[in-house]
Design a protein around this ligand. Structure first.
Ligand SMILES: NC(=O)c1ccc[n+]([C@@H]2O[C@H](COP(=O)([O-])OP(=O)(O)OC[C@H]3O[C@@H](n4cnc5c(N)ncnc54)[C@H](O)[C@@H]3O)[C@@H](O)[C@H]2O)c1
Length: 317
């Protein structure tokens, strides 16, 4: 297929690009590089089936021109993803996550292009009594980031109901792996791994009892691509995760290997922290024939190896 990936130079986007290219597809990645990096897609640049466009989903003229290329599917991943920034500057989140999604939907509507919209597990209210969260679980916008994702999901679904646009919404749980940032903009797993490799203390915000369901990024990318291959799931919302959660305290112990190297510090935004997130992915199993393949231990090892290589490159360069 001929696919457009918004946010294609980002962490998850570059793995979706990789998966699609491996399967012989033609891939166009659009990214304004606000959080993505050219480095993330360097390995594809020689591939004649890959094109990178530096541009913004807020540029309507650029999108018009791009969609003239007649893509079969648009994987829409571009978003402002930082929860803290969404609290400090909700306006930017609103523009990129909602207006940007509107722009994509408008162009897709003209040609009936399939859209796979990547939402997030952050739209949910916490899991209760250890029961994994399915797609009917209550939603709760604990941050402007979550609110704009809920709004964008609803907008996308309205294009399905109103115009019959083929749209599927995926809600990945916390995703981690190689190419995720190791600084404060990144995810907790690469941040912990880098600090532990440097022999530094691992800082945990709050009590560390909050739990997350960590999904390895290549498994996430596989589910995203599979969603475009089925013609029976339009208008559906589908969770992707592992069905197992771990507290941030246990995660830190697993990565540091020593609880004396862990410190608890006051939370920056406790009101926006979801106490427990664990995924019921049975709908993904049924509709996409998808399930996670990579254990947390294996995923952490692969991420650690990648971070080690990056550090070695920096030191040798
Ligand atoms: N990482 C996770 O744990 C996770 C979990 C659930 C859902 N998601 C969703 O997956 C998607 C990808 O997230 P990620 O973790 O890879 O983040 P990321 O920041 O690495 O990727 C997003 C990409 O979008 C680009 N972008 C931002 N604004 C843009 C704009 N206006 N125009 C064009 N490009 C723009 C950024 O430069 C970046 O490369 C996001 O929609 C995010 O909400 C991520």
């Amino acid at each position: 297929m001929k696919a457009l990936i918004t946010g294609g130079a980002g962490f998850i986007g570059r793995w979706v690009v990789k998966y699609l290219l491996k399967k012989g597809n033609e891939v166009w990645a659009l990214d304004n590089l606000s959080n993505g990096e050219r480095n993330n897609i360097l390995e594809f640049e020689e591939n004649p089936r890959f094109k990178f466009i530096k541009g913004d989903i807020l540029q309507r003229d650029l999108l018009k021109e791009l969609f003239n290329l007649n893509f079969e599917v648009c994987f829409h991943l571009a978003a402002a993803i930082n929860v803290q920034s969404s609290i400090d500057n909700p306006g930017e989140n609103l523009e990129v996550n909602l207006r940007g999604t509107f722009n994509i939907l408008e162009e897709a509507k003209k040609r009936n292009t399939k859209v796979i919209f990547i939402s997030t597990c952050m739209v949910y209210k916490q899991a209760i009594d250890n029961i994994p969260i399915d797609e009917d679980h209550s939603l709760c916008p604990l941050s402007p980031y979550a609110a704009t994702k809920i709004a964008a999901e609803n907008l996308a679904l309205s294009y399905f109901h109103t115009y019959g646009l083929p749209i599927t919404i995926l809600r990945p749980f916390n995703t981690y792996g190689p190419f995720q940032k190791t600084n404060n903009e990144g995810g907790v797993i690469p941040i912990f791994i880098l600090r532990s490799l440097k022999g530094e203390i691992l800082n945990i915000y709050g009590k560390g009892t909050q739990t997350r369901d960590f999904l390895y990024v290549e498994d996430c990318a596989e589910a995203i691509v599979k969603a475009a291959l089925s013609d029976k799931i339009w208008g559906e919302v589908i969770n992707i995760g592992t069905g197992k959660d771990i507290s941030i305290n246990d995660l830190a112990r697993l990565i540091a290997g020593d609880s004396r190297r862990i410190k608890h510090i006051p939370h920056i935004h406790p009101q926006s922290e979801i106490p427990k997130l664990v995924c019921n992915y049975s709908k993904a199993r049924k509709l996409l024939n998808w399930g996670p393949r990579t254990s947390l231990r294996e995923g952490i090892n692969r991420t650690r190896e990648w971070i080690r290589e990056q550090k070695a490159l920096v030191l040798s360069g």
